[in-house]
Design a protein around this ligand. Structure first.
Ligand SMILES: NC(=O)NCCC(=O)O
Ligand SMILES: [Zn+2]
Ligand SMILES: [Zn+2]
Length: 478
């Protein structure tokens, strides 16, 4: 059945205007004022923005990590995402040395099929590059539409790959049109700092942060950029937390390199003192890279505002406080890294960004949705509101006031990382390809309704206009 969203304020990365939106067959079929369509279900969006659905470029659902498995899987995780205004997630498909890449991808399809309530894609982790993996990648890009590869520069003896693997991945990506993503921390030195801390009897959660200083994030970011330049390739740095890394990215971009960066809501709003909470509560705030001193937050906001960082990922990776985080009660290095953020990403960016005057509405849409669509081969099917685009839409009340809490969130995990934070604005209804997933704040979606997304190859040209709009004239000059 057709749907007609009336009287909303349509906001994209470039425009903001009052209009009605007609949806037919899951696609936006008309945008204009005073639209009528016989037999269409009419949805009144008076007083609300209509945004393109959020795209979360960084999730870990149903992921084994740190001797346990994330609490939220593709069902609970995507339900929570939808409540929060996100209609697409791109999850990391983990691989291990010696296991064929195809079988890792099959494992991720098995985890997600029949469960996801919104559309989803995969990035592919690269743990080693040899003749075998090299020969598989072109077909994986072509058949699976997996056009982004992830290389970990940290988590020694677990996920960490060496610089040679990163360099070769960058070369393959350049040749076949993929984007290389890095977790940028110097894992070798961190490993030594952890051993030193434990040997000195320092086992509390705060030592997680103290053994992962921001200099080592800046160093790894710079190293990845150097290798990208040598390979004449393209790089996306995930979860940027600090001034050192943001500056390396900005400097590379000034030189015309195809380097992009993401930050996360936790790094914009929480700081390292959270890890000092008593009774082991600091473990709730263990992420890698760690939370930083508060002054880094304004540097990250500046980088988002000026377009030096392009996206906000949740890095959703949820573990219960009781029964999972406490694996590290007597050794901080055994605390599973990560936190529950998928549901609050969109609202935190709106509230802390737009409502507090740090970014414009258009920048909000760009950061929460459009840039990810462009970087990861989904635009213009996703990431905007245009005739012919998927009707992935969020009807958002900008006046609502609420408080983030585990009492009310929809993630399965037993705490909320932003507990007690007041936010302005709330998604009221969320549609995925024209079907309600959230209707008047109630979940009405169906596990399995989410479709796997085969994504287009990396297209640097698609990124230039939005970046230009955000004050950059140098992007695309390479
Ligand atoms: N970030 C984090 O602490 N956990 C998830 C895995 C990763 O992204 O490094
Ligand atoms: Zn990471
Ligand atoms: Zn992550």
């Amino acid at each position: 059945m057709k749907k007609l969203i009336k009287n909303g304020i349509v906001a994209t990365a470039t425009d903001i205007y009052e209009a009605d939106i007609l949806i037919d067959g899951g696609i936006v079929s008309a945008i204009g004022t005073g639209l009528n369509a016989e037999g269409a279900e009419v949805i009144d969006a008076s007083g609300c923005y209509v945004f393109p659905g959020g795209i979360d470029p960084h999730t870990h659902l149903d992921m084994p990590f740190g001797g346990t498995v994330t609490k939220d899987d593709f069902e609970s995780g995507t339900i929570a995402a939808a409540f929060g205004g996100t209609t697409t997630v791109i999850d990391f498909c983990l691989t291990s040395k010696g296991v064929p890449l195809r079988s890792a991808i099959e494992t991720w399809h098995a985890k997600s099929e029949g469960k996801a309530v919104i559309d989803y894609g995969f990035h592919l982790m690269i743990s080693e590059i040899n003749d075998e993996t090299l020969s598989q990648l072109p077909a994986i890009i072509a058949d699976e539409g997996i056009t982004s590869f992830k290389v970990f520069m940290a988590y020694k003896n677990v996920f960490q790959a060496d610089d040679g693997t990163l360099y070769r991945t960058l070369k393959v990506a350049k040749e076949h049109g993929a984007l290389v993503m890095v977790h940028a921390e110097n894992g070798d030195v961190i490993d030594i700092l952890i051993a030193e801390a434990l040997a000195a009897g320092n086992t509390d959660p705060i030592y997680h942060a103290l053994t992962r200083p921001s200099e080592l994030e800046g160093e790894a970011t710079g190293r990845a950029i150097t290798l990208t330049e040598l390979a004449d390739s393209q790089l996306y740095v995930v979860h940027v937390t600090c001034a050192e890394a943001a500056e390396k990215i900005a400097e590379a971009r000034k030189r015309g390199l195809n380097v992009y960066g993401e930050t996360c809501p936790q790094y914009l709003t929480l700081d390292v003192t959270a890890l000092e909470k008593p009774d082991f509560e600091g473990a709730k705030y263990v992420w890698s890279p760690p939370l930083r001193e508060q002054w880094h937050q304004e540097k990250l906001w500046n980088a988002l505002r000026s377009g030096q960082l392009q996206t906000l990922g949740s890095d959703q990776c949820s573990f219960d406080f009781k029964g999972q985080k406490d694996l590290g009660i007597s050794d901080f290095s055994k605390i599973p890294n990560g936190g529950p953020t998928i549901e609050d990403r969109f609202s935190i960016l709106y509230s802390e960004g737009v409502a507090k005057g740090r970014i414009s509405i258009n920048q909000f849409v760009d950061i929460v949705s459009t840039s990810s669509a462009k970087l990861f081969g989904l635009f213009p099917k996703k990431g905007t509101i245009a005739v012919g685009s998927d009707a992935d839409l969020v009807i958002f009340d900008p006046t609502a006031q609420r408080v983030m809490s585990a009492e009310t969130h929809h993630m399965k995990v037993d705490y909320n990382a932003f507990e007690g934070m007041s936010v302005t604005g709330e998604p009221v209804s969320v549609l995925s390809r024209g079907e309600f997933v959230i209707h008047d704040k109630q979940f009405v979606g169906k596990p399995g309704a989410g479709q796997y997304l085969r994504r287009s190859r990396f297209n640097q040209a698609a990124l230039a206009p939005a970046n230009k709009l955000r004050g950059l004239s140098n992007v695309g000059s390479r």
